[in-house]
Design a protein around this ligand. Structure first.
Ligand code: G3P
Ligand code: CA
Length: 324
């Protein structure tokens, strides 16, 4: 975890006396209760007209169902099967993590090795795409705590970024660049531009250097805050009703967990100030129904979940989804 982030958050929270779970998290009790989003009617009853992937990603007054790693509770993470099921289950957005093989092909995997999710071992950056494609990407998925492994031997492979974009060209994405060295930014930008999808992507990274490079390489791409930028946001908003004078957001999307370890990230006016600044707030990774409801009550713009069908149920129940 980023050291500056870990230092700044507790300092800011302690300074404002907002350290307790009950005061500040976006959990079951919600945060400051800034009011439910407008759902199909939009905030203030305004009709929602978000139909293209670009519009959906930036849609006001709805909660986006973001399939974290394609919804890893439901299908083997980061597989085409997972993305297909997530969309069928009501996900609005697919979240991807990126690395690259030794021959420079960008692939979608969370870890930098294949050990946890496949039947192989080794670092992705040390194997060719052809070698990576020999491993079973459904090998370790179990829906019942190890009783069964229903996707073993079913032919699931680690997908390339190109393969995902070809299979799902009209979907909004959160795409996190995990690999920092060697940089994959230029290839990522080239692929997404060539596919004509760059404006339907929220470009994310925890790494300041990756984000700096990404923003320079693709000014048309909207991005997420880095960890340090989130810390700076908290410093400039915690305990306030509006951002501190002179604060300028560095990006368009705040993607945050409700808390890091014992430290609350989402303070009571975190989301409402973000909206004043024209930012969208996506919260990860939420698999608890009450926590989903709390975030919806607080007007979160997107919830990243391993369980898209559960979130669909909650969004439908609260009337806060995109129009059909
Ligand atoms: O990008 C935010 C969220 O995806 C972080 O979770 O799965 O990348 O560790 P993860
Ligand atoms: Ca991620």
């Amino acid at each position: 975890m980023n050291k500056l982030f870990l230092m700044v958050i507790p300092i800011a929270i302690a300074a404002m006396g907002c350290g307790s779970e009950s005061e500040g998290t976006a959990g079951a009790g919600g945060t400051a209760g800034t009011g439910a989003v407008g759902g199909m009617g939009g905030t203030g009853g305004t009709a929602i007209n978000c139909t293209t992937p670009e519009e959906i990603l930036r849609c006001d007054g709805v909660v986006l169902n973001i399939a974290h790693r394609g919804g890893l509770r439901i299908r083997p993470e980061h597989t085409l099967v997972a993305y297909t099921q997530a969309l069928a289950d009501g996900a609005d957005v697919l979240e991807l993590d990126l690395h690259a093989t030794s021959d420079g092909v960008i692939v979608v995997m969370h870890d930098d090795t294949i050990d946890r999710t496949t039947d192989g071992t080794g670092a992705i950056k040390e194997m060719t795409l052809a070698e990576l494609k020999t491993y079973d990407a459904g090998y370790d998925f179990t829906p019942d705590d190890g009783m069964t492994y229903p996707y073993r031997g079913m032919g699931l492979l680690v997908p390339t970024l190109e393969e995902v974009l070809v299979a799902f060209p009209d979907v909004p994405y959160v795409i996190e660049i995990k690999q920092a060295v060697p940089s994959i930014v230029d290839d990522f930008v080239a692929i997404t531009r060539a596919r004509g999808v760059i404006r339907q992507i929220n470009g994310a990274s925890f790494d300041d250097d990756v984000l700096t490079e990404l923003r320079a390489a693709a000014p048309e791409l909207d991005t997420s805050f880095s960890l340090n930028e989130v810390a700076e946001y908290v410093q400039n908003t915690i305990g306030l009703e509006e951002a501190a004078p002179g604060y300028v957001p560095p990006a368009e999307f705040l993607q945050v967990p409700p808390s890091f370890d014992a430290f609350t990230v989402i303070h009571p006016t975190f989301i409402s100030i973000a909206h004043q600044l024209g930012l969208k707030v996506h919260v990860w990774t939420i698999n608890d129904e009450d926590e989903m409801r709390g975030l919806i009550a607080d007007s979160a713009d997107g919830i990243m979940t391993d369980d898209p069908p559960l979130l669909t149920t909650v969004i439908d129940d609260t009337g806060t989804g995109l129009p059909d």
